[in-house]
Design a protein around this ligand. Sequence first.
Ligand code: ASP
Length: 440
Amino acid sequence: MLECIVTKFGGSSLSSDEQFRKVRSILELEPTRRYLVPSAPGKRFPTDEKVTDLLYLCHTLVHDGLPFLDTFAKVRERYESIARGLHLQVDITSKLQEVEDGIASGKSRDWCASRGEYLCGLLMADYLGWRFLDAAEGIVFHEDGRLNDEATQKKLSALLADGQSAVVPGFYGAMENGEVRTFSRGGSDITGALVARAVNADVYENWTDVSGFLMADPRIIENPAEISSITYKELRELSHMGASVLHEDAMFPVHRAGIPTNIRNTNKPYHPGTMISKNAPHEATVPTITGIAGHRGYSVISVEKNMMNSEVGFGRKVLAILEAEGISFEHMPTGIDSMCVVVQSSSLEPHRNKVITEIEKLVEGSGSVTVNDNLSIIATVGRGMVHNCGTAARLFSAMSRARINVRMIDQGSSELSIIVGVNDSDFEATIHAIYHEFVG
Ligand code: ASP
């Protein structure tokens, strides 16, 4: 029996009074859904504007000395129409006036953006008859804008200790001096995870407008299969390669606390969505692969040097050159007297000549440095690989049948993923070949 569920609803789930009604009926289906973290109202239709974007724009206009009231009128309309549609009691008009005055007086960019969630939380708390807890009281930021994780856990759990149902707006918190700060875009997911950890929830439900994760990008594979359960580690590998539904930083607090995250669809409340957990449940048959994700636009820096193998510290010197330019590397397959460093082409580009010159100095007279661009990296992820012989053989045979040349191979020691590098022109064909081999 579940005792406590924390829910987070994204912007599209809160875009109108009609969406608010759906949210309330979802909460009514399961009374253990006792905490709600809202985003700011998002788009109602494809060409609509997100409230957060409008608020950022208001701030920029004021900053540039330009009139902002026409833009703010759109924000005002969004909240007033929700309040009207739901016959709410809260005096949203005076709250909106406070926000307008704050923007006009030159309040910070973070403060302006955060008002989207703040106002949405006020409406939702009124609609549900729940307590409103201002996130500025419970989510603590360091002066440099990073989350103060320890202070947040302490404050938030104390504030929510009475077990009373509460609405905690997403996306922002405050520094010790009271100044409001926000997470990066999409950060309400992080607030939801922090609230789930603070109340030691049984499940963190993240309600959005898709029914969870798909096994591959639907722009490449038509109607890809849905992922019903996945581990946090697998998801991290897939999100790193571009599969995005959840903010990347939202996984850490709940993962560490052993709380599963359930991605759900507000428009299909009975669909079970994707369950993300530390150790996936014991399924009768674990699928060999859980998902495939990839990215174009990588470069390979290949370094050859005679007797590289016996030169202690050579790899470190190469990486130090990249570090000095602020370039992070993705993979590093090595040979006896050669090493390859795979980096994102966009991060290499501004420093390309300097990096090559510096590495050339290291190999002077006894080696070479070359850079090859247009590499795509594709990660095939699956906890089921550990139990299965021949996964790699199947994957490479499928690629070979599709006449795709493999430029790089990497497999993490945890056997959780097989990474292949191919020419950018083979990117989609590779995903097709792997997907059809394992999924059909
Ligand atoms: N409203 C913010 C954004 O649009 C935060 C969020 O929705 O998570 O990025």
